[in-house]
Unconditional design. Structure first.
Length: 123
């Protein structure tokens, strides 16, 4: 595996190459949500690094990549992405798409009855 050091002192390897499917998904998100987005890079442990995008229209999107180096390479290669942090301004600009809460809740969103809490004796 070839290794080189870039001008910022970051080690670049062949494994840091951008997955084509991820780049296509990012470009598709941009096209659907105003052609620009703020992106927050978030390490998520062994799973890799999450790129959470907030489109110009406030809709959320995300992609998970193998490492922070790959995430930075994506942000550097796509001019319409602006790296950001979760601050008050960014959070207040988020406008979740219709049905987003149900999608994120998964099976719980479709329940009509719920089991009793396991810690009910403690409460």
């Amino acid at each position: 595996m070839a290794t080189e050091i870039d001008s910022a002192g970051t080690e670049k390897t062949e494994s840091n190459s951008i997955p084509k499917a991820t780049l296509a998904a990012v470009n598709s998100f941009l096209a659907d949500h105003g052609n620009s987005a703020s992106v927050v890079i978030q390490p998520i442990g062994r799973a890799g690094t999450r790129l959470t995008m907030v489109g110009a229209d406030g809709v959320l999107g995300d992609q998970v990549v193998a490492s922070s180096a790959v995430a930075r390479a994506i942000v550097d290669s796509v001019d319409q992405l602006t790296e950001a942090e979760w601050d008050r301004e960014l959070v207040s600009s988020v406008n979740p798409a219709r049905g987003h809460y149900e999608k994120m809740a998964g099976w719980v969103a479709r329940q009509k009855t719920f089991p009793k809490a396991r810690n009910q004796a403690i409460v």
